[in-house]
Design a protein around this ligand. Structure first.
Ligand code: ADP
Ligand code: MG
Length: 446
Protein backbone atom coordinates (compact mmCIF):
# COMPACT_ATOMS: atom_id res chain seq x y z
CA UNK A 1 0.00 0.00 0.00
CA UNK A 2 1.21 3.48 -0.68
CA UNK A 3 1.76 6.02 2.04
CA UNK A 4 -1.21 8.01 0.80
CA UNK A 5 -3.43 5.04 1.42
CA UNK A 6 -2.00 4.68 4.89
CA UNK A 7 -2.54 8.33 5.64
CA UNK A 8 -6.11 7.71 4.70
CA UNK A 9 -6.26 4.74 6.98
CA UNK A 10 -4.88 6.86 9.78
CA UNK A 11 -7.56 9.47 9.31
CA UNK A 12 -10.17 6.77 9.65
CA UNK A 13 -8.51 5.35 12.73
CA UNK A 14 -8.47 8.78 14.34
CA UNK A 15 -12.20 8.85 13.90
CA UNK A 16 -12.58 5.53 15.64
CA UNK A 17 -10.22 6.63 18.41
CA UNK A 18 -12.60 9.40 19.36
CA UNK A 19 -15.43 6.97 19.07
CA UNK A 20 -13.95 4.30 21.32
CA UNK A 21 -12.10 6.43 23.89
CA UNK A 22 -14.28 9.48 24.03
CA UNK A 23 -13.48 13.04 23.26
CA UNK A 24 -11.72 13.83 26.49
CA UNK A 25 -9.10 11.13 26.27
CA UNK A 26 -8.65 11.85 22.61
CA UNK A 27 -8.14 15.57 23.21
CA UNK A 28 -5.83 15.05 26.17
CA UNK A 29 -3.62 12.36 24.72
CA UNK A 30 -4.43 10.61 21.50
CA UNK A 31 -4.64 13.63 19.26
CA UNK A 32 -0.86 13.98 19.56
CA UNK A 33 -0.34 10.72 17.70
CA UNK A 34 0.98 11.17 14.21
CA UNK A 35 1.28 8.60 11.51
CA UNK A 36 4.82 7.93 10.30
CA UNK A 37 4.96 4.80 8.18
CA UNK A 38 4.22 1.13 7.81
CA UNK A 39 6.85 -1.45 7.07
CA UNK A 40 6.73 -5.22 7.23
CA UNK A 41 3.54 -5.23 9.23
CA UNK A 42 4.84 -2.70 11.73
CA UNK A 43 3.11 0.63 11.94
CA UNK A 44 5.13 3.51 13.32
CA UNK A 45 3.36 6.40 15.04
CA UNK A 46 5.01 9.35 16.69
CA UNK A 47 4.30 11.47 19.74
CA UNK A 48 6.02 14.64 20.89
CA UNK A 49 7.32 13.37 24.22
CA UNK A 50 8.42 10.29 26.07
CA UNK A 51 5.87 11.01 28.69
CA UNK A 52 3.11 10.81 26.11
CA UNK A 53 4.57 7.70 24.63
CA UNK A 54 4.63 5.91 27.99
CA UNK A 55 1.21 7.18 28.86
CA UNK A 56 -0.32 5.98 25.63
CA UNK A 57 1.58 2.71 25.61
CA UNK A 58 0.48 1.70 29.08
CA UNK A 59 -3.12 2.74 28.74
CA UNK A 60 -4.28 2.68 25.19
CA UNK A 61 -1.84 0.61 23.15
CA UNK A 62 -3.79 -2.65 23.08
CA UNK A 63 -6.98 -0.99 21.98
CA UNK A 64 -5.16 1.22 19.51
CA UNK A 65 -3.55 -1.74 17.83
CA UNK A 66 -6.89 -3.47 17.66
CA UNK A 67 -8.44 -0.51 15.87
CA UNK A 68 -5.54 -0.37 13.44
CA UNK A 69 -5.84 -4.05 12.72
CA UNK A 70 -9.55 -3.72 12.19
CA UNK A 71 -8.70 -1.32 9.37
CA UNK A 72 -5.83 -3.32 7.98
CA UNK A 73 -5.15 -6.83 9.19
CA UNK A 74 -1.65 -6.88 7.67
CA UNK A 75 -0.57 -4.60 10.54
CA UNK A 76 0.89 -6.84 13.21
CA UNK A 77 2.74 -4.57 15.59
CA UNK A 78 2.87 -0.94 16.51
CA UNK A 79 5.73 1.26 17.60
CA UNK A 80 5.54 4.72 19.12
CA UNK A 81 8.52 6.94 18.53
CA UNK A 82 9.23 10.26 20.15
CA UNK A 83 9.74 13.37 18.07
CA UNK A 84 11.15 16.57 19.47
CA UNK A 85 8.18 18.73 18.62
CA UNK A 86 6.44 21.10 20.92
CA UNK A 87 3.05 20.23 22.25
CA UNK A 88 0.34 21.69 24.38
CA UNK A 89 0.04 18.62 26.51
CA UNK A 90 1.58 20.15 29.58
CA UNK A 91 -0.72 23.11 29.73
CA UNK A 92 -2.51 21.45 32.60
CA UNK A 93 0.52 21.72 34.79
CA UNK A 94 1.68 24.97 33.28
CA UNK A 95 -1.43 26.44 34.82
CA UNK A 96 -0.54 24.92 38.13
CA UNK A 97 -0.21 28.20 39.93
CA UNK A 98 -3.83 29.11 39.71
CA UNK A 99 -5.38 25.95 41.06
CA UNK A 100 -3.07 23.61 42.83
CA UNK A 101 -5.47 20.75 43.45
CA UNK A 102 -6.48 20.61 39.85
CA UNK A 103 -2.92 20.42 38.65
CA UNK A 104 -2.22 17.69 41.11
CA UNK A 105 -5.03 15.45 40.04
CA UNK A 106 -4.58 15.98 36.32
CA UNK A 107 -1.14 14.57 36.81
CA UNK A 108 -2.14 11.56 38.86
CA UNK A 109 -3.60 8.22 38.04
CA UNK A 110 -6.59 7.43 40.24
CA UNK A 111 -5.66 3.77 40.35
CA UNK A 112 -2.29 4.45 41.91
CA UNK A 113 -3.16 4.66 45.58
CA UNK A 114 -1.77 2.89 48.64
CA UNK A 115 -4.95 0.77 48.87
CA UNK A 116 -4.21 -0.75 45.51
CA UNK A 117 -0.58 -1.42 46.18
CA UNK A 118 0.24 -5.00 47.08
CA UNK A 119 3.16 -5.27 49.45
CA UNK A 120 5.66 -8.10 49.33
CA UNK A 121 9.30 -8.71 50.07
CA UNK A 122 10.59 -6.98 46.94
CA UNK A 123 8.86 -3.66 47.64
CA UNK A 124 8.28 -3.56 51.39
CA UNK A 125 11.02 -1.06 52.13
CA UNK A 126 9.95 1.29 49.35
CA UNK A 127 6.35 0.98 50.49
CA UNK A 128 7.12 1.69 54.14
CA UNK A 129 9.24 4.68 53.20
CA UNK A 130 6.54 6.04 50.92
CA UNK A 131 3.97 5.72 53.68
CA UNK A 132 6.26 7.46 56.10
CA UNK A 133 6.68 10.36 53.72
CA UNK A 134 2.93 10.57 53.17
CA UNK A 135 2.02 10.61 56.84
CA UNK A 136 4.91 12.39 58.54
CA UNK A 137 4.89 16.08 59.40
CA UNK A 138 8.62 16.27 59.59
CA UNK A 139 11.28 15.19 57.16
CA UNK A 140 13.00 12.00 58.20
CA UNK A 141 15.13 11.41 55.17
CA UNK A 142 15.80 13.64 52.27
CA UNK A 143 15.48 12.71 49.54
CA UNK A 144 13.57 9.46 49.44
CA UNK A 145 15.14 7.85 46.43
CA UNK A 146 13.18 4.97 44.89
CA UNK A 147 14.85 2.95 42.23
CA UNK A 148 14.30 -0.25 40.28
CA UNK A 149 13.48 -1.68 36.88
CA UNK A 150 10.58 -0.78 34.64
CA UNK A 151 7.04 -1.57 35.74
CA UNK A 152 7.80 -2.45 39.35
CA UNK A 153 5.68 0.18 41.05
CA UNK A 154 7.78 3.32 41.52
CA UNK A 155 5.35 5.65 39.85
CA UNK A 156 2.48 3.95 41.63
CA UNK A 157 4.08 4.68 45.00
CA UNK A 158 4.77 8.30 44.15
CA UNK A 159 1.21 8.91 43.06
CA UNK A 160 0.04 7.15 46.21
CA UNK A 161 2.05 9.59 48.31
CA UNK A 162 0.47 12.51 46.49
CA UNK A 163 -3.06 11.14 46.81
CA UNK A 164 -2.61 10.39 50.45
CA UNK A 165 -1.35 13.89 51.24
CA UNK A 166 -4.09 15.45 49.15
CA UNK A 167 -6.64 13.50 51.17
CA UNK A 168 -5.19 13.75 54.66
CA UNK A 169 -3.02 16.85 54.79
CA UNK A 170 -4.81 19.27 52.55
CA UNK A 171 -2.67 22.20 53.60
CA UNK A 172 0.50 20.61 52.31
CA UNK A 173 1.38 21.46 48.78
CA UNK A 174 2.60 18.54 46.68
CA UNK A 175 4.06 18.71 43.26
CA UNK A 176 4.58 15.55 41.26
CA UNK A 177 5.99 15.41 37.78
CA UNK A 178 8.23 13.36 35.59
CA UNK A 179 11.76 14.58 35.06
CA UNK A 180 10.70 15.05 31.49
CA UNK A 181 7.96 17.44 32.49
CA UNK A 182 10.41 19.23 34.75
CA UNK A 183 12.70 19.70 31.83
CA UNK A 184 9.87 20.78 29.58
CA UNK A 185 8.76 23.45 32.02
CA UNK A 186 12.29 24.60 32.51
CA UNK A 187 12.86 24.96 28.78
CA UNK A 188 9.56 26.81 28.39
CA UNK A 189 10.48 29.14 31.23
CA UNK A 190 13.80 29.89 29.61
CA UNK A 191 12.10 30.56 26.33
CA UNK A 192 9.52 32.86 27.85
CA UNK A 193 12.06 34.47 30.11
CA UNK A 194 10.17 33.77 33.28
CA UNK A 195 12.69 31.63 35.02
CA UNK A 196 12.13 33.49 38.29
CA UNK A 197 8.52 32.51 38.29
CA UNK A 198 9.47 28.94 37.44
CA UNK A 199 11.77 28.80 40.47
CA UNK A 200 9.21 30.38 42.68
CA UNK A 201 6.67 27.69 41.83
CA UNK A 202 8.96 24.88 42.74
CA UNK A 203 10.33 26.43 45.83
CA UNK A 204 6.96 26.99 47.38
CA UNK A 205 6.00 23.33 47.65
CA UNK A 206 6.11 21.10 50.73
CA UNK A 207 6.74 17.92 48.83
CA UNK A 208 8.39 17.71 45.45
CA UNK A 209 8.40 14.45 43.55
CA UNK A 210 10.34 13.94 40.38
CA UNK A 211 9.79 10.66 38.57
CA UNK A 212 12.33 8.96 36.31
CA UNK A 213 15.14 11.34 37.07
CA UNK A 214 17.49 9.35 34.83
CA UNK A 215 15.84 11.25 32.02
CA UNK A 216 17.85 14.37 32.76
CA UNK A 217 21.14 12.50 32.58
CA UNK A 218 23.44 14.24 30.17
CA UNK A 219 21.27 17.36 30.08
CA UNK A 220 23.52 19.78 31.86
CA UNK A 221 21.54 22.97 32.24
CA UNK A 222 18.47 21.03 33.37
CA UNK A 223 20.59 19.18 35.89
CA UNK A 224 21.95 22.44 37.15
CA UNK A 225 18.46 23.83 37.64
CA UNK A 226 17.28 20.62 39.22
CA UNK A 227 20.16 20.70 41.67
CA UNK A 228 19.41 24.27 42.73
CA UNK A 229 15.75 23.49 43.21
CA UNK A 230 16.72 20.43 45.16
CA UNK A 231 19.08 22.28 47.46
CA UNK A 232 16.69 25.13 48.02
CA UNK A 233 14.00 22.71 49.15
CA UNK A 234 16.33 20.69 51.33
CA UNK A 235 17.43 23.88 53.04
CA UNK A 236 13.84 24.69 53.82
CA UNK A 237 13.33 21.18 55.14
CA UNK A 238 10.85 20.28 52.45
CA UNK A 239 10.45 16.67 51.42
CA UNK A 240 11.82 15.46 48.11
CA UNK A 241 11.01 12.13 46.50
CA UNK A 242 12.92 10.95 43.48
CA UNK A 243 12.64 7.85 41.35
CA UNK A 244 15.04 6.42 38.81
CA UNK A 245 15.78 3.21 37.03
CA UNK A 246 19.16 2.95 38.74
CA UNK A 247 20.72 3.67 42.09
CA UNK A 248 22.19 7.17 42.54
CA UNK A 249 25.75 5.98 42.11
CA UNK A 250 24.87 4.18 38.87
CA UNK A 251 23.23 7.17 37.21
CA UNK A 252 25.58 7.73 34.35
CA UNK A 253 25.63 11.15 32.77
CA UNK A 254 24.61 12.72 36.06
CA UNK A 255 26.99 15.16 37.67
CA UNK A 256 28.96 13.60 40.48
CA UNK A 257 27.82 16.11 43.11
CA UNK A 258 24.19 15.41 42.23
CA UNK A 259 24.68 11.68 42.32
CA UNK A 260 26.23 11.84 45.72
CA UNK A 261 23.61 14.24 47.03
CA UNK A 262 20.81 11.97 45.81
CA UNK A 263 22.18 9.17 47.93
CA UNK A 264 22.13 11.09 51.21
CA UNK A 265 18.61 10.29 52.22
CA UNK A 266 16.94 6.93 52.12
CA UNK A 267 17.70 4.89 49.03
CA UNK A 268 15.05 2.19 48.59
CA UNK A 269 15.47 -0.45 45.95
CA UNK A 270 12.32 -1.91 44.41
CA UNK A 271 13.41 -5.44 43.59
CA UNK A 272 12.25 -7.67 40.76
CA UNK A 273 9.00 -9.38 41.64
CA UNK A 274 8.70 -12.77 43.23
CA UNK A 275 6.12 -15.39 42.39
CA UNK A 276 4.22 -14.63 45.62
CA UNK A 277 4.01 -10.93 44.88
CA UNK A 278 2.85 -11.51 41.34
CA UNK A 279 0.16 -13.89 42.50
CA UNK A 280 -0.87 -11.46 45.23
CA UNK A 281 -1.21 -8.65 42.72
CA UNK A 282 -3.31 -10.78 40.40
CA UNK A 283 -5.57 -11.88 43.24
CA UNK A 284 -6.02 -8.30 44.39
CA UNK A 285 -6.93 -7.17 40.90
CA UNK A 286 -9.40 -9.98 40.39
CA UNK A 287 -11.03 -9.20 43.68
CA UNK A 288 -11.23 -5.53 42.86
CA UNK A 289 -12.88 -6.25 39.53
CA UNK A 290 -15.22 -8.78 41.16
CA UNK A 291 -14.59 -11.31 38.47
CA UNK A 292 -14.04 -15.03 38.56
CA UNK A 293 -10.74 -16.29 37.30
CA UNK A 294 -9.78 -19.85 38.21
CA UNK A 295 -6.83 -20.13 40.53
CA UNK A 296 -4.78 -22.26 38.21
CA UNK A 297 -4.97 -19.52 35.61
CA UNK A 298 -3.74 -16.91 38.07
CA UNK A 299 -0.97 -19.20 39.24
CA UNK A 300 0.01 -19.88 35.69
CA UNK A 301 0.22 -16.18 34.86
CA UNK A 302 2.18 -15.41 38.02
CA UNK A 303 4.54 -18.19 37.20
CA UNK A 304 5.06 -17.30 33.58
CA UNK A 305 4.89 -13.53 33.29
CA UNK A 306 7.92 -12.53 35.26
CA UNK A 307 9.16 -9.48 33.39
CA UNK A 308 7.19 -6.79 35.21
CA UNK A 309 3.88 -5.93 36.76
CA UNK A 310 2.68 -3.89 33.87
CA UNK A 311 2.86 -6.89 31.57
CA UNK A 312 1.27 -9.06 34.19
CA UNK A 313 -1.67 -6.66 34.40
CA UNK A 314 -1.83 -6.53 30.64
CA UNK A 315 -2.09 -10.31 30.49
CA UNK A 316 -4.84 -10.38 33.05
CA UNK A 317 -6.73 -7.64 31.26
CA UNK A 318 -6.62 -9.57 28.05
CA UNK A 319 -7.97 -12.64 29.80
CA UNK A 320 -10.75 -10.66 31.39
CA UNK A 321 -11.70 -9.03 28.12
CA UNK A 322 -11.81 -12.44 26.49
CA UNK A 323 -13.86 -13.92 29.30
CA UNK A 324 -16.45 -11.18 29.03
CA UNK A 325 -16.59 -11.56 25.26
CA UNK A 326 -17.19 -15.29 25.31
CA UNK A 327 -19.32 -14.99 28.43
CA UNK A 328 -17.75 -17.72 30.50
CA UNK A 329 -14.79 -18.40 32.75
CA UNK A 330 -11.50 -18.66 31.11
CA UNK A 331 -9.63 -21.95 31.32
CA UNK A 332 -5.95 -22.65 31.60
CA UNK A 333 -5.66 -23.98 28.09
CA UNK A 334 -7.44 -20.96 26.64
CA UNK A 335 -5.07 -18.76 28.56
CA UNK A 336 -2.07 -20.51 27.10
CA UNK A 337 -3.46 -20.10 23.62
CA UNK A 338 -4.53 -16.51 24.00
CA UNK A 339 -1.31 -15.29 25.52
CA UNK A 340 1.04 -17.22 23.29
CA UNK A 341 2.96 -14.19 22.09
CA UNK A 342 3.32 -12.69 25.52
CA UNK A 343 4.34 -16.01 26.99
CA UNK A 344 6.94 -16.50 24.35
CA UNK A 345 8.45 -13.11 25.16
CA UNK A 346 8.59 -14.09 28.81
CA UNK A 347 9.85 -17.58 28.11
CA UNK A 348 13.27 -18.01 29.43
CA UNK A 349 15.68 -20.74 28.97
CA UNK A 350 18.30 -21.62 31.46
CA UNK A 351 21.60 -23.26 30.96
CA UNK A 352 22.21 -26.67 32.44
CA UNK A 353 24.95 -25.12 34.57
CA UNK A 354 22.57 -22.54 36.05
CA UNK A 355 20.15 -25.24 37.05
CA UNK A 356 22.83 -27.47 38.50
CA UNK A 357 24.19 -24.61 40.52
CA UNK A 358 20.79 -23.59 41.86
CA UNK A 359 19.98 -27.15 42.91
CA UNK A 360 23.42 -27.75 44.41
CA UNK A 361 23.20 -24.49 46.38
CA UNK A 362 19.80 -25.35 47.70
CA UNK A 363 20.92 -28.72 49.01
CA UNK A 364 24.34 -27.52 50.11
CA UNK A 365 26.07 -29.79 47.65
CA UNK A 366 28.96 -29.19 45.30
CA UNK A 367 28.38 -28.84 41.60
CA UNK A 368 30.63 -31.84 41.16
CA UNK A 369 27.98 -33.89 42.95
CA UNK A 370 25.83 -33.35 39.88
CA UNK A 371 28.37 -35.21 37.79
CA UNK A 372 29.56 -37.76 40.32
CA UNK A 373 28.54 -41.38 40.66
CA UNK A 374 27.80 -41.07 44.35
CA UNK A 375 24.69 -43.07 45.09
CA UNK A 376 23.81 -41.51 48.42
CA UNK A 377 20.18 -40.58 48.46
CA UNK A 378 21.02 -37.06 49.63
CA UNK A 379 22.88 -36.68 46.37
CA UNK A 380 20.76 -38.80 44.05
CA UNK A 381 17.51 -36.94 44.71
CA UNK A 382 18.90 -33.47 44.03
CA UNK A 383 20.64 -34.77 40.94
CA UNK A 384 17.36 -36.16 39.67
CA UNK A 385 15.66 -32.90 40.42
CA UNK A 386 18.27 -31.04 38.39
CA UNK A 387 17.82 -33.41 35.45
CA UNK A 388 14.09 -32.95 35.62
CA UNK A 389 14.44 -29.17 35.61
CA UNK A 390 16.85 -29.33 32.70
CA UNK A 391 14.29 -31.30 30.75
CA UNK A 392 11.60 -28.74 31.55
CA UNK A 393 13.51 -25.49 31.38
CA UNK A 394 16.08 -26.00 28.67
CA UNK A 395 15.74 -27.01 25.06
CA UNK A 396 18.35 -29.73 25.45
CA UNK A 397 17.63 -33.31 24.46
CA UNK A 398 17.70 -36.18 26.92
CA UNK A 399 21.09 -37.50 25.69
CA UNK A 400 22.57 -34.01 25.92
CA UNK A 401 21.30 -33.58 29.46
CA UNK A 402 22.70 -36.99 30.36
CA UNK A 403 26.11 -36.08 29.02
CA UNK A 404 26.15 -32.98 31.20
CA UNK A 405 25.50 -35.06 34.27
CA UNK A 406 28.74 -36.98 34.28
CA UNK A 407 28.14 -38.77 30.99
CA UNK A 408 24.96 -40.51 31.97
CA UNK A 409 22.70 -42.30 29.55
CA UNK A 410 19.46 -40.75 28.26
CA UNK A 411 17.48 -43.52 29.95
CA UNK A 412 18.86 -42.35 33.28
CA UNK A 413 17.50 -38.88 32.59
CA UNK A 414 14.16 -40.31 31.59
CA UNK A 415 14.07 -42.32 34.77
CA UNK A 416 14.93 -39.20 36.79
CA UNK A 417 12.13 -37.22 35.20
CA UNK A 418 9.63 -39.94 36.07
CA UNK A 419 10.95 -40.32 39.57
CA UNK A 420 10.60 -36.59 40.18
CA UNK A 421 7.08 -36.54 38.84
CA UNK A 422 6.12 -39.25 41.30
CA UNK A 423 7.96 -37.66 44.23
CA UNK A 424 6.36 -34.34 43.49
CA UNK A 425 2.99 -35.90 44.22
CA UNK A 426 3.90 -38.22 47.05
CA UNK A 427 6.49 -36.35 49.04
CA UNK A 428 5.50 -32.89 50.35
CA UNK A 429 9.02 -32.08 51.53
CA UNK A 430 10.41 -32.88 48.13
CA UNK A 431 7.72 -30.84 46.43
CA UNK A 432 8.55 -27.90 48.61
CA UNK A 433 12.24 -28.13 47.76
CA UNK A 434 11.38 -28.27 44.10
CA UNK A 435 9.17 -25.23 44.34
CA UNK A 436 11.81 -23.23 46.14
CA UNK A 437 14.40 -24.07 43.52
CA UNK A 438 12.02 -23.23 40.69
CA UNK A 439 11.11 -19.92 42.23
CA UNK A 440 14.73 -19.17 42.81
CA UNK A 441 15.37 -19.71 39.13
CA UNK A 442 12.36 -17.64 38.31
CA UNK A 443 13.47 -14.56 40.21
CA UNK A 444 16.89 -14.40 38.62
CA UNK A 445 17.06 -11.06 36.88
CA UNK A 446 17.16 -11.16 33.16
P1 ADP B 1 7.43 1.90 37.37
O1 ADP B 1 7.13 3.34 37.64
O2 ADP B 1 8.33 1.30 38.41
O3 ADP B 1 7.91 1.64 35.99
P2 ADP B 1 4.59 1.60 37.71
O4 ADP B 1 4.43 2.25 39.04
O5 ADP B 1 4.18 2.39 36.52
O6 ADP B 1 6.07 1.09 37.52
O7 ADP B 1 3.81 0.21 37.76
C1 ADP B 1 3.41 -0.48 36.59
C2 ADP B 1 2.03 -1.06 36.78
O8 ADP B 1 2.07 -2.08 37.75
C3 ADP B 1 1.03 -0.04 37.28
O9 ADP B 1 -0.19 -0.28 36.66
C4 ADP B 1 0.94 -0.29 38.75
O10 ADP B 1 -0.32 0.03 39.29
C5 ADP B 1 1.19 -1.77 38.84
N1 ADP B 1 1.88 -2.14 40.09
C6 ADP B 1 3.20 -2.06 40.33
N2 ADP B 1 3.49 -2.50 41.56
C7 ADP B 1 2.32 -2.87 42.12
C8 ADP B 1 1.96 -3.42 43.39
N3 ADP B 1 2.87 -3.70 44.33
N4 ADP B 1 0.65 -3.68 43.62
C9 ADP B 1 -0.28 -3.44 42.65
N5 ADP B 1 0.01 -2.93 41.45
C10 ADP B 1 1.28 -2.64 41.17
MG1 MG C 1 7.38 4.96 36.36
Amino acid sequence: MSSVVYADLWTRVQGSLVHSFGDQIYQSWLRFLKFQNVEDGRIVLSVPSRFLRDWIMTRYADQLLKLLRAEDSSILTMTLVVTEEESGVFTAIEGEKTEHDESLTTNLDVRYKFDNFVVGKPNELAYAAAQRVASADSVYFNPLFLYGGVGLGKTHLMHAIAWSIAENHKARKVLYMSAEQFMHRFVMALRHKDIMEFREQFRSVDVLMIDDVQFISGKDSTQEEFFHTFNALVDKKRQIVISADKSPSDLEGMQERIRSRLGWGLVADVHPTTYELRLGILQAKVEKLSIQVPNDVLEFLAYKITSNIRELEGALNRMVAQASLVGRDITLSETQLLLKDLLRANERYYTIEEIQKRVADHFHLRISDMHSTRRLRAVVRPRQMAMYLCKRLTTKSLPEIGRNFGGRDHTTVMHAVRAVEILKNDDPAFREDLEIVERGLNTVER
